[in-house]
Design a protein around this ligand. Structure first.
Ligand SMILES: [Zn+2]
Length: 208
């Protein structure tokens, strides 16, 4: 497998959407659906990537708002989300009281389960439950890459001051599930630039 990772960020929240592709088979997965799906759609077309699933690190509106647009492009592929935030995608219920933005319900929701693998063609992701920013936060690991959503960023960690946040769970998850990965693991956060586990271990002020 020859893994290629590309990302696009929207202009309003700087939320990253990722296209992960096996260049040998063109099997691909999208992680998170930011507010501007068009650049990602262009990328998918340019690469002739076969998007087999869309996986969500969590369901804050800036990570799911582009879902309908993406599904129109790639067809009704499975949309993976942790069980505790399934209702947001399946029923269109907002994750936060604070941002009550309704979304069109998705019919192809599938569950991402801690410790279980998610397979999409030649791609296989390991699901790591990293809650705290939100109850169903997951990180997705493939080869030497981990997609951490709003749990871990370069030089920072996610907010945990919302009604359904849990600051201790956020730190516990980062330490037990992410900081246990090898130093050279590339971290792709939900916002901002890539980093590595080693760099965050040494320099992230929220973890030292
Ligand atoms: Zn976010």
């Amino acid at each position: 497998m020859k893994l290629r990772v590309d990302s696009t960020a929207d202009h309003q929240f700087g939320t990253n959407s990722f296209l992960i592709e096996d260049e040998d088979t063109h099997d691909a997965v999208v992680i998170d659906a930011n507010l501007e799906p068009e650049p990602l759609v262009e990328l998918i077309r340019k690469r002739k990537a076969k998007v087999l699933a869309i996986l969500l690190t969590h369901t804050d509106v800036d990570h799911v708002a582009g879902l309908a647009g993406l599904l129109r492009e790639v067809g009704q592929v499975p949309v993976g989300v942790h069980e505790s935030e399934r209702h947001v995608v399946a029923e269109g219920k907002p994750l936060r009281r604070r941002w009550p933005v309704p979304l069109p319900p998705v019919e192809t929701v599938t569950s991402l389960v801690e410790q279980e693998k998610f397979r999409a063609g030649s791609l296989q992701f390991e699901v790591l439950h990293t809650p705290g920013h939100s109850p169903g936060g997951v990180s997705l690991k493939i080869d030497g890459h981990v997609f951490t959503g709003d749990a871990l960023f370069a030089g920072s960690i996610g907010r945990s001051d919302f009604d359904n946040s849990d600051p201790q769970a956020l730190l516990d998850g980062i330490h037990s599930k992410l900081m246990s990965l090898p130093d050279d693991t590339i971290v792709h956060g939900g916002h901002g630039p890539d980093t590595t586990i080693g760099r965050e271990r040494r320099t992230n002020p929220f973890l030292t």
